[in-house]
Design a protein around this ligand. Sequence first.
Ligand code: CO8
Length: 259
Amino acid sequence: MTDLVRLEVADGVGTIRIDRPPMNALNAEIQHGLVDACREAGERKDVAAVVVWGGEKVFAAGADIKEMETMSYTDMVDHSALLQDFTRALARLPKPTVAAITGYALGGGCEVALACDFRVAADDARLGQPEILLGIIPGAGGTQRLARLVGPSRAKDIVFSGRFVGAEEALAIGLVDRVVPAAEVYDTARTMMARYAGGPAYALRAAKEAIDRGLEVDLDSGLEIERMLFAGLFATRDRATGMRSFVEKGPGKATFEGA
Ligand code: CO8
């Protein structure tokens, strides 16, 4: 584990903190660190949901351009699998996730945010995929996840131009889910995740998997994924507890064990 990426856990919420001032440029050490932190957050029973946080000044201004500058085609053939590994590790983390975005979320930084379930942005945050201005394209899932989130035309505008998208526009096009003053970003994201602590962990995991995997396949295959996951939840104690407490006490009264 690297000091540049830390998993901090409090009250059922894990915070994956990216910490490489001044811009949290995502070098290979951070990319490996994110894979490790996601694995740990996924496995730990005391983590119900995860906030990804770059600190009060910046989320992440992208891959480390200084590290990439001298890389050859063959270097990048080897390295590019890692670029997609760390965003995939985040996207596949079987718990709710939110990116808490202050300052810039650019290039690989925007792609980290896109791999989360939700995004909360500061009112002065700026997002974007400026890779085109470096003569490349997004390489950590940006062309795929951005288009799925905001639609192909908007994604093409953002990727072709490399322009920065302000928080209000990001909210209007669905690139972020909430905009709050910068000082409130982390607490807002934490509050969003805290509601899942003590929740039905296996049902949350199944819901995330059904929606995300379903978006990758045709409707009939997606419905089959849903059917199998739905039936599987009848093997959990949480399902038995949830239904029993509804019958005995009414809706919303169950407490779950994550089992
Ligand atoms: N990589 C390396 N260093 C960076 C990066 C970066 N992405 N961004 C900023 N820095 C450095 C600057 O070089 C500068 O260093 P120094 O003090 O040594 O000169 C320091 O951070 C501060 O930056 P600025 O002086 O430029 O600060 P400003 O406030 O003037 O500007 C910006 C901030 C707008 C964020 C500006 O720095 C910028 O445009 N940065 C580059 C943004 C960018 O192009 N990102 C995309 C990178 S490519 C990419 O992400 C590819 C994705 C594919 C795989 C993803 C894997 C992670």
